[in-house]
Design a protein around this ligand. Structure first.
Ligand code: CTP
Ligand code: CA
Length: 226
């Protein structure tokens, strides 16, 4: 344990991190997912634990080992399950970091049996919108300090600032995905935005980015909640 890391701000704080994709089942053998590897979120959970926080990691379907020092891990599959797990875990929590790539939509109905191909015909899948986990937390009273992620392929700053405001967040970590960056890679580069500031975390291994992110969260948390 490095005494100066996170400036002791996170010592004993209850931090919840969500990570990975969600899978929305279509039928017993098919689902809608996304390309999140979960590595960024797992690295963030590890960095928070290293800073002395009591960490609960809510993980979507990923094949990753629980990072050292993480107090509790809850495995989920769908956005609805992640929503329920995060709501439960954030009860009384100090900080929630939403690093998960939550599916925006789910099939309106899950088929009990495998859908059969109708040869020669197109298939239309009807989707229903999933609840927004971060927005639902910020709407509640006494909610934790909220940190979101925004993976964008264009207009990174304007989309990220819009999410910061729309979802009622304290901070957002934005990155440009595509061109070999972001999902499924070992490196990441992010820009952090908050109401009256921003900070660049230049391209580095996700574990390095995670530690820098946790330090920034700690200092911002101290400024607004400390
Ligand atoms: N998020 C969430 N619940 C959802 C969707 C997203 O909590 N149902 C969180 C993510 O964990 C992330 C942040 O919101 O921290 C931004 O996710 P993103 O997918 O970029 O935002 P959306 O509002 O879904 O916008 P879009 O996908 O259209 O860019
Ligand atoms: Ca989304």
């Amino acid at each position: 344990m490095v005494a100066s890391f996170g400036d002791q701000v996170l010592q004993g704080k209850k931090v919840v991190v969500s990570a990975g994709p969600t899978y929305e089942d279509i039928d017993p053998v098919r689902f809608i997912g996304n390309r999140s590897s979960g590595r960024m979120g797992f690295a963030v959970a590890q960095a928070a634990a290293y800073a002395g926080a009591q960490v609960t990691l809510v993980a979507g379907p990923v094949g990753l080992a629980t990072p050292a020092g993480v107090a509790k891990r809850v495995d989920v599959r769908s956005a609805a399950q992640m929503h329920a797990a995060v709501v439960e875990a954030t009860d009384g929590a100090d900080i929630y970091i939403g690093a998960a790539a939550v599916g925006d939509y789910r099939p309106s109905a899950m088929a009990t049996h495998k859908l059969k191909k109708q040869a020669g015909a197109d298939l239309t899948l009807q989707l229903a919108e999933n609840p927004d986990i971060l927005a639902s937390l910020s709407a509640g009273r006494d909610h934790p300090f909220l940190v979101g992620f925004a993976a964008e392929t264009q207009n990174v700053e304007s989309y990220a600032r819009d999410k910061l405001q729309r979802k009622g967040l304290d901070m957002i970590a934005a990155n440009q995905v595509g061109d070999g960056m972001g999902f499924e890679t070992a490196d990441n580069a992010i820009t952090l935005y908050w109401a009256d500031g921003s900070a660049e975390l230049p391209r580095a291994d996700k574990s390095v980015i995670a530690r820098q992110l946790i330090e920034r969260i700690a200092s911002r948390y101290k400024a607004v909640r400390g």
